[in-house]
Design a protein around this ligand. Sequence first.
Ligand SMILES: NC(=O)c1ccc[n+]([C@@H]2O[C@H](COP(=O)([O-])OP(=O)(O)OC[C@H]3O[C@@H](n4cnc5c(N)ncnc54)[C@H](OP(=O)(O)O)[C@@H]3O)[C@@H](O)[C@H]2O)c1
Length: 245
Amino acid sequence: MSKGALVTGASRGIGRAIAVDLARAGYDVLLIGRDLAALEETAQLVRAARPDARGLPEVCDVTDPLAMEAAVARALQEFGSIAVAVANAGQAENGLLLRMKPEHVDQMLNVNLKSAFTLLTAVAKPMCKARAGSIVLISSVVGVGGNAGQAAYAAAKAGLLGLAKSAAKELGSRNVRVNAVAPGLIETAMTESMPKESREHYVRTIPLGRTGTPEDISGVVAFLCSDAARYVTGQTVVVDGGFLM
Ligand SMILES: NC(=O)c1ccc[n+]([C@@H]2O[C@H](COP(=O)([O-])OP(=O)(O)OC[C@H]3O[C@@H](n4cnc5c(N)ncnc54)[C@H](OP(=O)(O)O)[C@@H]3O)[C@@H](O)[C@H]2O)c1
């Protein structure tokens, strides 16, 4: 039986790097996202990382609970068990509080927070039965520290921290660990439109003096999923070059 993993938002950026690192660590990975061609590219990278690794594209919108449950069922069928699940899919849209529309809040909560609930509840059952599992929720430094102009996104990312801690308390007796990772500014499609001046200002406040790469995050996620982290649960690991400290 292979070691099964599931990563949402695996079509690019941080999720793609996580899928590749998990493959390198011996996992077969269900690659969840909406863009089939991009998921297939990730599958190729998975095979390049470890030739006998299976990277299976699964076209699925994470805001659709039935589609997500079907994705988890497929992972169980293909891999025999799910050892790891990473809720990484996310969307960051800015919006000032005084102009905020309810649809904006719903969208941010649905994509960034409720999708993680759906994934977590769907994988918790088989993991509890197997008495083993590691779940990682990708939050953000703005979920820890807040950010002007990102109240809805930040609220969703902060919600993930409460979810991770509560789930860690509830599932710990079954040896299922739940942790959160809070990235700082990482170079991906999500941040490429950030104005040059804001980026330079931000970088000046980072003790390590640079923005992060997807691989800066994926290595930490792979650690949290590994046996080396077997006594780590309910934690938020901030990976931001020292920005928040
Ligand atoms: N980049 C940063 O600076 C940064 C900082 C802190 C936290 N984060 C968090 O890290 C995670 C990954 O971000 P990233 O920087 O890698 O962003 P990205 O390059 O924009 O990738 C986002 C991923 O999420 C997927 N996704 C979005 N909405 C989806 C939906 N409804 N259904 C299925 N998949 C969906 C996208 O897939 P498709 O569009 O192909 O479906 C894509 O694979 C996010 O949760 C983000 O909030 C990023």
